[in-house]
Design a protein around this ligand. Structure first.
Ligand code: NAD
Length: 296
């Protein structure tokens, strides 16, 4: 079998187009421009790249982008004061504090100081609790992107066996919760799981979010399964480097029914879902109907 390639770039472009269409409607019908504020503390190079591309794509879909760059030695009280200001700013509908924060800042404290209604990363404990109890929430962007691709490919996920490898708060756990909310039978694997190959082989859906290059070979995959590879790993390739996922794409794509590539799979969906969450937050804040298909 040769797997269908789930093209994350194309999915993400479709999500951004839907967001842009809704933004235009909010502007013309209601005079509202959705706004996303991104806060970056320090000069971590990878974070700077993420923040720049988030700002660029925010503007491209017609939303307002507010960037706040703070020095690496910014005090916790100064950061909390900025978040409070953004919480109270009616032109800001989404707030994202770029992680990781410098070591002297308490990430949990800062994230939990964001108004949950503006928490477009979905990391606030209120949103985690709402998702866990199946209520309307802000959902973390990467698992939301995976869910959108799975729903687009399968329609209903009801009754499928889903195996999630990784139990982080930003990917593994919310992914498992979303799949459970869509009536999958979910198994969460981690570094202490016994017989990982056997468990993975039970999955009609496999989501890998580990951070270990190509650790899942094709012979762990159930024939015909749908494989979502969240991993982003840089490996040496001669005198260059290249990106690979947590799945061994060559062997897995010969067995799976559908698979996301790396790069070009889950990655592009993450920022698209951040924009989707911002437009959803804007609609909720203004008591307007939410766009269809952009939330969990
Ligand atoms: P993390 O380090 O927080 O969590 C990794 C998880 O993998 C842990 O729960 C751990 O128990 C599990 N694990 C480690 N070794 C294992 C093993 N041998 N067998 C089974 N499980 C094992 O990582 P994370 O933040 O969840 O990210 C995971 C990967 O996803 C990374 O490569 C990261 O770069 C990538 N990522 C991609 C996006 C995206 O936009 N595509 C977003 C977030 C993370």
């Amino acid at each position: 079998m040769t797997a269908t390639i789930l093209d994350g770039k194309a999915f993400a472009a479709a999500v951004r187009a839907k967001v842009a269409e809704h933004v235009t409607r909010l502007k013309t019908d209601h005079g509202i421009t959705p706004g996303l504020a991104v806060v970056l503390v320090g000069e971590d190079p990878a974070s700077q790249v993420y923040v720049r591309s988030k700002g660029k794509m925010t503007v491209e879909v017609g939303m307002a982008s507010f960037e706040h760059r703070l020095d690496a030695d910014t005090s916790e009280s100064a950061l909390l004061a900025l978040v409070e200001k953004l919480n109270n700013d009616p032109t800001v509908h989404g707030i994202l504090v770029q992680l990781p924060l410098p070591g002297h800042l308490d990430s949990d404290l800062v994230i939990n100081s964001i108004d949950p209604a503006k928490d477009v990363d979905g990391f606030h404990i209120s949103n985690v609790g709402l998702l866990g109890t199946g209520q309307k929430s802000m959902v973390p962007c990467t698992p939301l992107g995976c869910l959108m691709m799975l729903r687009a490919h399968h329609g209903s996920l009801s009754g499928m066996n889903a195996v999630v490898i990784g139990r982080s708060n930003i990917v593994g756990k919310p992914m498992a919760q979303l799949l459970l909310n869509d009536s999958c039978t979910v198994t969460i694997c981690h570094s202490r799981t016994r017989d990982l190959p056997g468990v993975v082989r039970s999955g009609d859906i496999v989501v890998a979010a580990v951070g270990r290059p190509e650790m899942v070979p094709g012979d762990w995959i159930k024939p015909g399964a749908t494989v979502i590879d969240v991993g982003i790993n840089r490996v040496a390739d001669g005198d260059r480097t290249r990106l690979v996922g947590d799945i061994d794409f060559a062997s897995a794509s010969a067995v799976a029914g559908a698979i996301t590539p790396v790069p070009g799979g889950v990655g592009p969906m993450t920022i698209a879902c951040l924009l989707a969450n911002t437009v959803t937050a804007c609609c909720r804040a203004n008591g307007l109907p939410e766009p269809e298909g952009l939330a969990a």
